[in-house]
Design a protein around this ligand. Structure first.
Ligand SMILES: [Zn+2]
Length: 99
């Protein structure tokens, strides 16, 4: 009787211990693979507008402003002709540190 009782206590202890160890292993495995998953690089993009003089090759690059679209007349003027620049292109670029 007492032998069986000891066996049951021993078996229960080992089983509970094994389950706890398994839970910890699972927890750390999950944490390693889920929470430290690709941190990813922070990439910022900004919209850029390229303005061009209709009379010469003068180009000006500035940040995008609402209302900018290809062919639109910008408020900026050509330093040579004094004519209003035309929006030649609008695109977004990735911010990079080139210094
Ligand atoms: Zn010009």
């Amino acid at each position: 009787m007492s032998d069986l009782g000891l066996f049951v206590i021993y078996f229960t202890t080992v089983t509970i211990g094994a389950v706890i160890v398994l839970i910890f292993i699972t927890y750390f495995f999950m944490r390693k693979h889920i929470f430290t998953a690709p941190a990813g690089e922070i990439v910022t993009t900004k919209a850029v507008t390229v303005l061009k003089c209709p009379l010469c090759d003068y180009r000006l690059r500035r940040s995008f402003r609402e209302g900018d679209h290809v062919g639109a007349v910008a408020s900026e003027t050509c330093p040579i002709h004094g004519t209003n620049l035309i929006v030649e292109a609008v695109y977004s670029e990735t911010e990079e540190k080139k210094e």
